[in-house]
Write a protein that binds this ligand. Structure first.
Ligand SMILES: NC(=O)c1ccc[n+]([C@@H]2O[C@H](COP(=O)([O-])OP(=O)(O)OC[C@H]3O[C@@H](n4cnc5c(N)ncnc54)[C@H](O)[C@@H]3O)[C@@H](O)[C@H]2O)c1
Length: 340
């Protein structure tokens, strides 16, 4: 890895150790990275993760109020010259209480050779991008011929999942969506339908999606209690379920009886289990998502397998997308250089 050359490039614009680059939310959003590029980056990250070419301790956190968490998510991915930490907050009641997003946060990037901080940026956009990228890459690896996709939760993540899924599931004919808030469904259709050719259909109930969709994802809320909105008896063999919200939304029996239970990070899932997020116990884990993407573990081996692939989010993805944002910003003089 040519870290010296990398440092020289950064030093042309930034006095490392004396300055850092600050990027706002709109600057990150408008940096010009396409979703296709995000998919490529995240695929590379997942392969590196599958091959264990990374350093990423499980998240540590603090919990000042009931049902909220702050997580510190550090990671180092040598192949992408990316090292840093995301400091993220999850407040499930923020939308209702304060008209603010559930998830907010910052990413700090560092110079690998000296350790000095080189950037601070809002992490909303990169989180909104890297999360669906993992889901849809996993969907393609586990169920590439699916014609129907169901999305539970039509907020920030739901919208991006629908945008992303058409990029990897090439045979999709219908996308069903469901949200407890009617306006959220209407809003998703208004924003995304003009951008994609696959028809988006407003589901009448969670059951309708569970019974009609081959592949499903959920991005609703993460709480310790299991909501069991989707009942085990609605789920059939041959389906693929990709939750972003642990098992809050799903009847825990679904994951328990699944033929395969795959997770993005075993360590992260064990950590959430220790915090009480799997009141019925963590299901037996078969392997990690990155191992399937890297071809080191088999994904679906029979059409009639029920597969659950739970991706709770990994900081290796964050630091790599953050590093891409940083590189483009620096090259194009975007952002504010601040003294340390
Ligand atoms: N796995 C990851 O890497 C990752 C990353 C970011 C966010 N998340 C999680 O994804 C979830 C969604 O995040 P977001 O930023 O899209 O939030 P958001 O508030 O923008 O959207 C959530 C949507 O879910 C809907 N919803 C809530 N409860 C529901 C229910 N019982 N049935 C149907 N719909 C319901 C809400 O009405 C809302 O429209 C959160 O739990 C968040 O913690 C996971």
């Amino acid at each position: 890895m040519n870290f010296i050359k990398d440092r020289e490039v950064i030093s042309e614009k930034l006095s490392i150790g004396k300055e850092l680059l600050y990027l706002t939310k709109p600057q990150c959003e408008n940096i010009g990275i396409t979703r296709q590029r995000i998919l490529k980056l995240i695929e590379e990250v997942l392969i590196a993760h599958g091959k264990k070419e990374y350093e990423m301790p499980a998240k540590i956190g603090v919990h000042p109020l009931e049902e909220v968490f702050y997580h510190a998510m550090p990671a180092y991915l040598p192949s992408k010259k990316a090292v840093g930490v995301k400091w993220i907050e999850c407040y499930p009641n923020n939308p209702k209480k304060f008209n603010l997003p559930q998830t907010t946060g910052l990413l700090v990037l560092n110079d690998i050779l000296s350790g000095c901080p080189i950037a601070i940026m809002d992490s909303t956009w990169l989180t909104a991008m890297r999360t669906p990228a993992v889901t849809v890459l996993a969907a393609a690896a586990l169920h590439s011929d699916a014609e129907t996709f169901g999305m539970f939760g039509c907020g920030v993540q739901g919208i991006e999942h629908v945008r992303f899924i058409v990029k990897t599931l090439q045979k999709l004919k219908k996308i069903y969506i469901y949200d407890i808030v009617e306006d959220a469904m209407d809003n998703l259709i208004k924003i995304v339908q003009p951008e994609i050719d696959v028809e988006i259909i407003k589901g009448k109930s969670p059951r309708e999606l569970a019974e009609k969709c081959e592949v499903m994802s959920s991005a609703t809320i993460i709480i310790k209690d299991t909501l069991s909105v989707v009942k085990d008896e609605w789920i059939s063999k041959g389906q693929t379920i990709l939750p972003c919200d642990l098992n809050t939304f799903w009847d825990p029996d679904i994951s328990k009886r699944a033929d395969k239970y795959i997770v993005d990070s075993i360590e992260e899932h064990e950590l959430f289990n220790n915090m009480g997020y799997f009141p019925d116990g963590l299901p037996n884990i078969d392997c990690e998502t990155g191992e399937v993407i890297a071809g080191l573990q088999q994904g679906r081996t029979a059409k009639d397998q029920l597969i659950v692939c739970s991706n709770i989010g990994m900081s290796v993805c964050d630091v790599v997308v953050g590093r891409e944002i940083f590189d483009i910003a620096l090259e194009n003089d975007i952002g504010t250089i601040l003294p340390l």
